[in-house]
Design a protein around this ligand. Structure first.
Ligand code: C2E
Ligand code: CA
Ligand code: CA
Length: 702
């Protein structure tokens, strides 16, 4: 407190109490005799002072806050209440001032304001919202709080949401059921609640939201979740884009070969039960490379898009499915109805549609196409089980197409069973497979796995070959499917294990450092209860260590694997085998199993590598697979490398190891032993005429 004497010039202070001295640091002796303004300083508000003066001059009581300065120079907020003392004549004799230090209150206010503006800025800028949801004991579900973002997105006042309703009302109808279920579950066991759902915005748009919250009980018996909802629309779009890229051709927007294969397999499976007549057309434009050269890439592309449109329309008019399955190759299938006429008629109709000239800026330009047709069910007595029927159908249409191409341009041909001698050979092979195992007609070839940086051989994949006494060397693609469907893969697989181990033993006996050898294991073998015993016997008979080998399992099988096969995989892993997923990326399924299964490695399927051109969708898929493998801490191998461009791309993307004809064809044990003994780098550039080199040359000439 203080008193200032207005009867003296410049209204000096006449009295201050101890509290004044404690607050300002000035003793009574230092303060008395001076005008109050000595407490003011550079930051004191000029406006406040003016206000103060005005009030005092007119004799009013005034209360305001001023920034004042203590004797030590420290600023403080001073709440000042000044009351004038007036005599009967109305003269102002002096002023009584009551001063309070409110610095702390000021600081708290400023802090709160700053926190609020920070929070507001976070809420404004975060891609999502904070919320609180409650489930009352009577079952009422409501958002009791949500930050403004949500209201903005939904185009409704916030009050509407925090007013007894829940988001469920704004969710995509397909997501509501699952959301309700998860909320009920989380309320029941107080487990964290994770929801992903779509919000429907007023403009007809859709936002993907990922919602994460933790439940707790309140004293009133309600369950309350505090959480955050994030806008993951962009993430979802990227995911969809990736899966779209994986299954569509960027130039024409048509489905690609993989999607076509899946659709055809489904249609065939359906045709078996529904007894429908499926017809498949394969189309190959005649001399398209000439068109490319003659008209240039841009015009050629526009012709491809025209053709794609015609073929898509043709498919649509028959409720069918069409795809671009290669550069200038297309395919269509549909279920024929009685009114559709014959398969020949249908092929002629398609041929006619394609022969229409394309109106180009340069004038009309006709492009002819060869068409190969095959249909299902098959006429022949050969019992083709449905899983192989779709590839068989594709193969037949391809054979018919080849026949058409042999005749000339613009020709269509329907597949005729009798014309296919390979069919005949297949029957022979099937019949003689059992004997071949007994008579040891098989051998293993070794396909080098190469370090993409240095060319060092870091492993090999054992690939089985059948040396048939009459038909000659047979590739596994031809007989492995039979071996699997007949169960003969079990004894054959047993032989392969033992043979590979014996071979490694023989190399080691010669003092060669043998890299890890990969052995293909079929899903049928993994379901065989005797597998572990077979493998153990092979290991102990040859004295080999399991860590010298790697087992390749196809992705398709991994997706279907049952708990019991998972157990077998775990046991193999425990024994010391390295496990890798073969043909990775063709499974068309989520990659979740990679986390559940004890695998060490993925082999990128060769179709991606083969079709890869920089910036194609296959390149994006390869990039995505390498990223995925890295994030799961798995090794990656790329298969089917045939060119320097492919090798360089893969190496630059971070894939360390690869396999393919660019480095070498699969080699006999003798040739492979020759290379590893000399620690040869691949591709092998010396002119030494070794058996390995000669073979490689021959393969490249093919
Ligand atoms: P896979 O396991 O995907 O084996 C890779 C196949 O791709 C091999 O064909 C290999 O020669 C070939 N390849 C590798 N690099 C290139 C390349 O750069 N270009 C081209 N065009 N091809 C390349 P192969 O030996 O005909 O084997 C075919 C399939 O047969 C194998 O595919 C595998 O599924 C099966 N198979 C082979 N050996 C065995 C075996 O011992 N056991 C079992 N269960 N299946 C086997
Ligand atoms: Ca393989
Ligand atoms: Ca493969």
């Amino acid at each position: 407190m203080m008193f200032a004497d207005n009867t003296k010039p410049d209204c000096p202070i006449a009295f201050v109490n101890q509290a004044f001295s404690d607050m300002t640091g000035y003793t009574s002796a230092e303060a008395v005799g001076r005008n109050c303004r000595f407490l003011q300083g550079p930051e004191t508000s000029v406006d406040s002072i003016a206000l103060l003066r005005e009030a005092l001059a007119s004799g009013q009581v005034i209360k305001l806050e001023l920034l004042n300065y203590r004797k030590n120079g420290e600023a403080f907020w001073n709440e000042v209440q000044i009351s004038p003392q007036v005599n009967e004549a109305g003269d102002i004799l002096g002023f009584i001032g009551v001063l309070t230090d409110v610095t702390e209150r000021h600081r708290l206010n400023a802090e709160t304001a700053q926190m609020q503006s920070r929070l507001a800025s976070i809420l404004d800028n975060m891609p999502g919202y904070l919320f609180q949801r409650s489930l009352k004991a009577d079952g009422a579900l409501a958002l009791t709080y949500c930050s403004p973002w949500l209201g903005n997105i939904l185009g409704i006042p916030l009050g509407d949401l925090a007013n007894g309703t829940d988001l469920l009302a704004y969710m995509h109808p397909d997501d509501v059921g699952a959301a309700r279920q998860s909320i009920a579950q989380s309320a029941a066991d107080l487990s964290p609640l994770l929801l992903e759902f779509r919000l429907m915005t007023p403009g007809g748009g859709v936002r993907w939201i990922r919602n994460q919250s933790t439940p707790r009980h309140t004293s009133s018996g309600a369950v309350v979740w505090d959480g955050v909802g994030l806008d993951i629309t962009a993430e979802k779009a990227a995911e969809e884009r990736l899966s779209y890229l994986a299954f569509h051709d960027p130039l024409t927007g048509m489905p690609n070969r993989e999607l076509f294969a899946t659709a055809l397999a489904k249609a065939v499976a359906l045709a078996v039960t529904a007894d429908t007549h499926l017809v498949l057309f394969r189309v190959d434009l005649d001399a398209f490379d000439e068109i490319n050269d003659e008209l240039g890439r841009v015009v050629a592309d526009s012709i491809l898009r025209n053709v794609a449109k015609r073929i898509s329309d043709f498919a649509e008019s028959h409720d069918g499915f069409a795809a671009r399955i290669g550069g200038d190759e297309f395919a269509v299938f549909y279920a024929m109805s009685r009114s559709d006429g014959t398969v020949q008629d249908a092929a002629a109709a398609l041929s006619h549609i394609l022969a229409e000239p394309h109106p180009l800026a340069e004038g009309n330009y006709a492009v002819e196409a060869g068409i190969g047709v095959a249909d299902y069910p098959f006429e022949t007595s050969i019992d083709i089980a449905s899983p192989t029927a779709a590839p068989e159908l594709m193969k037949r249409a391809a054979l018919a197409l080849q026949a058409a191409k042999r005749v000339g341009r613009g020709i269509h041909r329907v597949y005729v069973a009798e014309s296919d001698t390979s069919q005949h050979n297949q029957i022979i092979l099937r019949r003689s497979l059992r004997r071949a195992i007994e008579e040891n007609q098989f051998k293993l070839h070794y396909h080098p796995l190469v370090d993409l940086g240095s060319g060092t051989i870091v492993g090999a994949e054992a690939l089985v070959r059948w040396n048939h006494p009459e038909l000659g060397l047979q590739a596994p693609d031809i007989f492995i499917p039979f071996a699997e469907s007949s169960g003969l893969i079990v004894p054959l697989g047993g032989w392969i294990f033992k043979e590979a181990m014996q071979q490694v033993k023989a190399w080691q006996a010669r003092g060669i450092a043998v890299p890890r050898i990969a052995i293909n294991v079929s899903g049928v073998q993994l379901r065989d209860p005797g597998l572990l015993a077979t493998v153990e016997a092979a290991l102990s008979q040859t004295g080999m260590d399991a860590s010298q080998f790697e087992l390749e399992l196809t992705e398709g099988f991994m997706i279907e694997a049952s708990p019991s096969t998972l157990k077998v995989l775990r046991s193999l892993k425990m024994m010391g085998f390295m496990l890798s997923v073969d043909d990775f990326g063709t499974g068309h399924a989520s990659f979740r199993y990679l986390r559940d299964f004890p695998v060490d490695k993925v082999k990128i399927d060769q179709t991606f590598v083969r079709q890869m051109v920089i910036d194609s969708s296959d390149a994006s898929i390869i990039r995505a697979i390498i990223g995925l493998a890295k994030s799961l801490d798995l090794d990656v191998v790329a298969e089917g490398i045939e060119t320097t461009v492919q090798r360089d791309f893969l190496r630059d993307e971070g894939c360390r190891v690869g396999q393919g004809y660019f480095f070498s064809v699969p080699l006999t044990a003798e040739d492979f032993g020759y290379l590893i003994e000399r620690d040869v780098r691949l591709p092998w550039e010396t002119s030494a005429a070794s058996p390995a080199r000669r073979k490689q040359k021959k393969a490249q000439a093919r």
